[in-house]
Design a protein around this ligand. Structure first.
Ligand SMILES: [Mg+2]
Length: 479
């Protein structure tokens, strides 16, 4: 529930804005938004199933047998933030240090031994063509198709001549095509409420930012006709202050070609919305004009034409690479990452907080027990008191039992996030690869744009203290 009273500290955890790097909203003069999966959240799983079916249709048109891709869309097998090993068809979940913790081949989980022999004794070149990253929410249907195809190749002799890498490459090509050639867009536009979530707090959120002196801009890779349809659905006729959705934004840029926008010299065009013709923006233009629709462009010209410096801009997007990482690496823009999955992750964490805390305590006990065990072992080695032998056996048994219990408890908790892949942001006691990217590149993150409605537009967003291992251990010992 969103509340108007922002001074009471009772905002539900799922609606909070979380802070990696302190952000003084009072120094932000302009807030920019991506559209797809940022302002416009696609409905799960209706959109994913649509994208999956249309991509399979495209693959069949290219000559693939339909049966190769047969299988349901199953939520438990899909998650973003995973990596596909194209040569073997395996799907991997990595931690912050690129260590493979979980791997699936079709619907079969790889054993510890298989993971070890495939991934642990060599350095993985994860950025080579042999690996494919699934870092956006648009890659979820793609993953569902690949899992079904690998499963069918694995189980059915008639498909065994297909090479995983070829199929996986063609799946990506085909899904890109159905996105780009309007196959999906046409269906979505015919029934927007079926595929796009309506957030009643979005108009007020943008209005609150605007009426507190922030300029707003839209920077999306989608083109005018599609952007116009989705934004009209989300914002038109919602507040009497705005004639239509374009009134909320001081600058509107469509077809931005992010991440190129952040590192190219692509020129800006203006879009004539009556006939969709574009023409290059004249070089003599000194500033953006409100109401004009721009297309393409690049960051340098953007900052010149908007006359606002990078560190005074907050950009809100959902794509770790296209929106967050690229802008962070190339500009001084501050970043807010939208992670729709956060609502569920927080719900699971909140519901299981007792178990999570007791797991942490068990882990600390295990560290201390292990330390005691080793010091007893050391004393025995030095020929001291053979009576220690019995104590050592007792400690060993106790430790083994504890380790086993930790494993069981950890699996139980992890399965509540996703039965196969666990938490999106975490893996055992490390951040997942995806979680680490969020930590490294997003100044702040939250589940949806309208969570900004809960806070003052001038709030100082402060990151919680980060504890180092020695500080954590001292804290636990004191307790
Ligand atoms: Mg997006």
């Amino acid at each position: 529930m969103k509340r108007d009273d922002i001074y009471k500290n009772s905002i539900p955890a799922g609606e909070l804005i979380f802070v990696n790097r302190n952000l003084r909203l009072s120094s932000i003069k302009m807030v920019g938004f991506d559209m797809d999966y940022t302002l416009a959240i696609y409905k799960y799983p209706d959109f994913e199933i649509l994208a999956m079916n249309k991509t399979i249709e495209r693959l069949v048109e290219k000559g693939y047998p339909y049966e190769l891709f047969e299988g349901n869309f199953e939520s438990s097998y899909v998650m973003r933030g995973l990596v596909i090993d194209k040569l073997s068809g395996n799907v991997l979940k990595l931690d912050k240090y690129n260590f493979v913790h979980r791997a699936m081949h079709g619907r079969r989980m790889l054993t510890y031994e298989e993971r070890y022999s495939n991934y642990r004794n060599k350095k993985l070149d994860l950025f080579s063509d042999d690996f494919m990253w699934l870092d956006t929410l648009f890659s979820i249907p793609e993953l569902a198709i690949i899992i079904n195809a690998v499963e069918n190749i694995r189980n059915q002799k008639r498909f065994q001549h297909f090479r995983y890498a070829d199929v996986i490459t063609d799946v990506r090509k085909s899904i890109d095509e159905v996105h780009q050639d309007n196959t999906l867009k046409r269906i979505i536009l015919a029934d927007i409420p079926k595929y796009i979530e309506y957030d009643p707090f979005l108009p007020q959120t943008l209005h609150r930012l605007k009426s507190n002196g922030k300029k707003l801009f839209l920077l999306t890779n989608s083109h005018w006709d599609y952007t116009n349809a989705l934004m009209s659905y989300l914002l038109n006729n919602r507040m009497k202050e705005y004639r239509d959705w374009t009134g909320y934004f001081d600058i509107i840029i469509v077809g931005a070609r992010k991440p190129e926008f952040f590192n190219s010299d692509n020129i800006f065009y203006t879009v004539n919305i009556s006939n969709l013709q574009t023409r290059p923006l004249e070089t003599t233009i000194a500033s953006f004009v409100k109401g004009v629709i721009y297309q393409g462009g690049n960051i340098k010209d953007f900052e010149r034409l908007s006359a606002i410096r990078g560190e005074n801009i907050l950009y809100v997007g959902d794509h770790i690479y296209g929106d967050i990482l690229s802008s962070k690496k190339r500009t001084l823009w501050r970043t807010c990452m939208i992670i729709p999955e956060l609502e569920k992750e927080i719900k699971v964490s909140t519901e299981n907080i007792r178990d999570i805390k007791s797991l942490t305590r068990m882990e600390m006990q295990s560290i201390i027990l292990d330390r005691t065990l080793n010091s007893v072992k050391f004393s025995m080695k030095n020929g001291k008191r053979s009576s220690l032998k019995r104590e050592l056996e007792k400690l060993k048994k106790k430790h083994a039992r504890l380790v086993q219990m930790i494993g069981i408890r950890r699996d139980e908790i992890s399965a509540k996030y996703n039965i196969i892949w666990g938490s999106l942001l975490r893996e055992e006691n490390e951040l997942s690869k995806f979680g680490a990217q969020v930590e490294d590149y997003a100044c702040v993150y939250t589940s949806r744009v309208s969570n900004f409605f809960n806070i003052s537009p001038d709030q100082y967003l402060v990151s919680p203290p980060k504890l180092l291992p020695h500080e954590l251990e001292i804290e636990e010992l004191i307790r």
